[in-house]
Design a binder for this molecule. Sequence first.
Ligand code: SAM
Length: 268
Amino acid sequence: MDLPNWASDDVDIEHASPARVYDYYLGGSHNFTVDRQMARQAIGLWPELPLIMQANRAFLRRSVRYLVAQGITQFLDIGSGIPTEGSVHQVAQVASPECRVVYVDIDPVAVAHSRDILTGNDRADAIQADMRDVAGVFDDPRTRRLLDLSQPIGLLMIAMLHFVTDESDPANFVAEYRKMLAPGSYISLSHATHEGRPDQAGSHTELYRRAGAPLTMRSRAEVAELLTGFDLVPPGIVFLPLWRPDSPADVDDHPERFTGFAAVGRYE
Ligand code: SAM
């Protein structure tokens, strides 16, 4: 298959990628046959998945607006994915034009597309890195150019830590990032959980495991452990639509069906 012009030669089109599968869930066009097959299979098993992903994006936007309102003007978005309408720099720079954003993703398509849409925006850039290479993320010249680590930042880990397995010890990596933050910084995090729909969790994680992209859903207690060292902003760790909704009408009777936890924490 010929690669489209936005895809670099190192893109693996033989195996589904979480970034591209997620792009498909959200109605994007930066995905390949293998990704669409997996996404359609997942949606077949769990038809609400696209709605859940939209609820996750809506939380991302609300939390970025919240952080800007707290005075945060620089963001490090880890596992940023393939940008869609309402990405961090768009939301943040509308709220406050001086905001600076560094996007980090392991997926080359996510990074290539991010750089493409950021052309001409000298306050935002993207780097390709595994989040477990903490020094690599902070030492990257693009990070150093845009972020002043002596000042508070907004660290975003939205719908990405469930791709870090227990063997990799995600809590340890979050702690490594926390050590790099100036007091007054924040973390915004969302994370897949089996607690909302335990009936769906098994087949979904099995699908990702078979695709070679293991996904670890975690309990509320495990998500709380990831946030060790941060003071949780009210309402704490809640299902996605319940985190400071713009309007009560945005929350239906069963927020647990969105099967993701959302939280924002402050580092003192
Ligand atoms: N944060 C975006 C959002 O919520 O809309 C995208 C979430 S997407 C479900 C998860 C992203 O995490 C994917 O783009 C994937 O490539 C990225 N990812 C997974 N493991 C990663 C790692 N170890 N380091 C950096 N990025 C990673």
